[in-house]
Design a protein. Structure first.
Length: 143
């Protein structure tokens, strides 16, 4: 395993170091988790399930601009990863409720920190995007 030169290593750099694979090509648990929860809907679904269980249609109403198919896919993914549970009640019509697991609850604090940071810095990021000019555009001569 190659040595990491910095005395301060991040979990990303530690998990990426491998003698057989270039950095960032080896499976990394941090990137795996971020890829799974970093989609457009997962954070919103998790936040909406706090503090109590909800039915599918409640989630649809509270989240708003999400299709049934996308909500279903997101719920399945979050259930597969252990963030939520799905409970089916033997009633007619069937009642299905979704609830945060202890893992899901434990994720709320860091998730809210990230969401707060994004909210605090969104304007800075938008401004930076507007100022950005790729290097090849900077060197073009005006016509």
């Amino acid at each position: 395993m190659p040595k990491i030169s910095s005395s301060k290593t991040s979990p990303l750099s530690v998990h990426s170091a491998s003698a057989n694979e270039p950095p960032f090509e080896q499976p990394c648990p941090i990137r795996d988790v971020l890829n799974r929860i970093g989609d457009q809907w997962s954070l919103l679904v998790l936040e909406t399930l706090y503090p109590e269980k909800k039915r599918f249609n409640e989630l649809m109403r509270e989240i708003g601009d999400i299709s049934k198919q996308m909500l279903s896919r997101t719920l399945k993914k979050l259930e597969q990863d252990g963030f939520i549970t799905r409970e089916v009640y033997p009633e007619i019509p069937p009642r299905v409720e979704y609830e945060l697991t202890p893992l899901g609850h434990s994720f709320l604090k860091p998730m809210r920190t990230l969401v707060g940071w994004a909210d605090d810095h969104h304007r800075d990021i938008v401004n930076a995007r507007q100022r950005y000019q790729p290097a090849e555009r900077q060197w073009q001569q005006p016509k």
